[in-house]
Ligand binder design. Structure first.
Ligand SMILES: *Cc1c(COP(=O)(O)O)cnc(C)c1O
Length: 477
């Protein structure tokens, strides 16, 4: 083993190789040096564990590959073939070309972000979206912040610190990524008062819990789960009526917050921002990048006096929206104002996509995969909206189901399908689908039209590589 360790070339000798010299010219010496040290360290570990000593040639190739890899960006564009429209791990809502262009402009140039052009003095970044939000929601005033978690924290901190907030036990949810309503409440300095039971809460439960310390009744959208069976929740209007004349606030954390009616597309009706405002609640907050289909943002709409209080709170500065997101949000809201949301906003294009279009796409893909010897069929399936909206609801779709055989074996092989999924995840661009009963499934609904051709190429390449998996393995030592 010691002998083998001594066979390893030194870093200096490796870096003198002309291919690595070319790498140095392209990526800088420290980058290649770091890659070389890592590769040598790994080789030492392999040898210590009883493995073979890699050849000089192999080491050079590994270092070159490592160098190229480390200079690639970590955040990559991926193809979402999962059928989950608003996939939080894949960046939620993709934006329209107009929203994207607005973000690039705002990021790459100076703008009147906080500058009143008519007066020639300091202005507010909120003016760029406030009027549109008022028109679309019917509220008196609006404020946007970094995300909806920040919106909820700001509302509670500014309006209920040191006071009590009443909430139904059926709404004490965890949204994902550790956003738990009771913990946010504690962070804000408000005291949580739970009422009702997990499945049933009545207006009388709220009424009985009101004390001189009560500041607010909070409704939270259950987002990612659904209560079915023996249940009862209180309508927003009832909550608003209860607080009238008592100096209490009703706040609605809508989560996703739709501006369009999801029921039109055969889904359940997702609560809409306009409805909450029409129910006379004091404030409504929702996300910018869920069903709204815009960039990351937290949107608060409601009574003018309260919004003004929020604007002045110190936390408002800490959670303010950045200029690029603000620009993307303004452009997205404009699609709604022009009545073109269904044609322009990708999230809504996907939700409203005709089944025939999905079917046509799936057939085309299946043909392209069959042509390279794969077994691909089009089957019926279901897409979901995701993003904490419409839990349990699905849209009928068509899926391409790929069955792969590993070399020399007959029949379905679940190891081979996992290998295909891994290869696709590491593809260029990475492609994410799902595995179901030994098959790899691709849902055309969530694949952006401009990525369809790329998807075909990526899958064909992975299938070709997979057909040669044994051979490739023997080459890799
Ligand atoms: C998603 C969600 C949040 C958090 O919103 P972000 O924009 O992710 O910060 C808060 N409340 C509810 C009910 C949600 O569904």
């Amino acid at each position: 083993m010691q002998e083998k360790l001594r066979e390893l070339p030194s870093v200096d000798r490796l870096l003198q190789d002309e291919r690595l010299q070319a790498c140095i010219a392209r990526f800088s010496r420290p980058t290649v040096l770091e890659a070389a040290r890592e590769v040598l360290e790994e080789a030492r570990r392999t040898i210590t564990a009883g493995g073979p000593c890699p050849q000089f040639e192999e080491l050079v190739q590994m270092i070159a590959a490592r160098t190229a890899q480390s200079s690639e960006s970590s955040l990559k564009v991926v193809i979402n073939a999962t059928g989950v429209v608003i996939h939080t791990n894949l960046g939620r809502a993709p934006l329209s070309p107009e929203a994207t262009a607005a973000m690039v402009e705002a990021a790459s140039r100076y703008s009147n972000l906080e500058y009143d052009l008519a007066e020639g003095k300091r202005g507010s970044r909120q003016v760029h979206v406030e009027r549109a939000l008022i028109r679309l929601s019917g509220a008196e005033a609006a404020l946007v912040v970094n995300n909806n978690a920040a919106a909820v924290l700001l509302v509670l901190s500014a309006l209920a610190r040191g006071k009590e907030v009443i909430i139904s036990r059926g709404q004490l949810v965890e949204i994902g990524g550790g956003f738990r309503i009771p913990e946010v409440m504690r962070q804000s300095g408000a005291k949580l008062v739970e009422v009702g039971t997990t499945n049933r809460t009545y207006i009388s439960d709220y009424e009985a819990a009101i004390s001189p310390k009560t500041a607010m009744l909070l409704r939270v959208h259950s987002s990612n789960f659904r209560l079915i069976g023996f249940t009862h929740a209180v309508e927003l209007g009832e909550l608003a009526a209860l607080t009238h004349g008592r100096g209490l606030l009703v706040v609605d954390d809508l989560g996703s917050g739709a501006l369009l009616d999801t029921a039109v597309f055969g889904l359940a009706h997702e609560p809409m921002v306009q409805e909450s405002i029409a129910s006379d609640v004091d404030l409504v907050c929702f996300s910018g990048d869920k069903l709204l289909g815009g960039p990351q943002a937290g949107i608060i709409v409601g009574k003018r006096t309260l919004v003004d209080k929020l604007k002045k709170h110190p936390l408002a500065r800490a959670v303010r929206i950045d200029k690029a997101s603000l620009a993307g949000l303004e452009a997205t809201l404009r699609h709604y104002l022009r009545g073109e949301a269904l044609d322009k906003i990708p999230v809504w294009c996907m939700i409203s996509m005709p089944l025939e279009e999905i079917e046509k796409c799936a057939q085309e893909w299946a043909r392209a995969f069959t042509a390279v010897g794969a077994r691909a069929v089009v089957i019926e399936g279901e897409s979901t909206v995701g993003g904490g909206s419409l839990p349990g609801e699905t849209l009928p779709t068509r899926l391409v189901a790929l069955t792969v055989r590993s070399a020399g074996e007959r029949g379905v092989d679940s190891g081979a399908v996992k290998e295909l999924a891994t290869r696709l995840r590491c593809g260029r661009p990475p492609l994410i689908g799902r595995i179901d009963r030994g098959r790899f499934l691709l849902d055309p609904r969530t694949v952006l039209p401009e990525q369809r051709e790329q998807l075909i190429q990526t899958v064909r390449l992975a299938l070709a590589e997979l057909g040669q998996a044994e051979w490739a393995r023997s080459l890799r030592v």
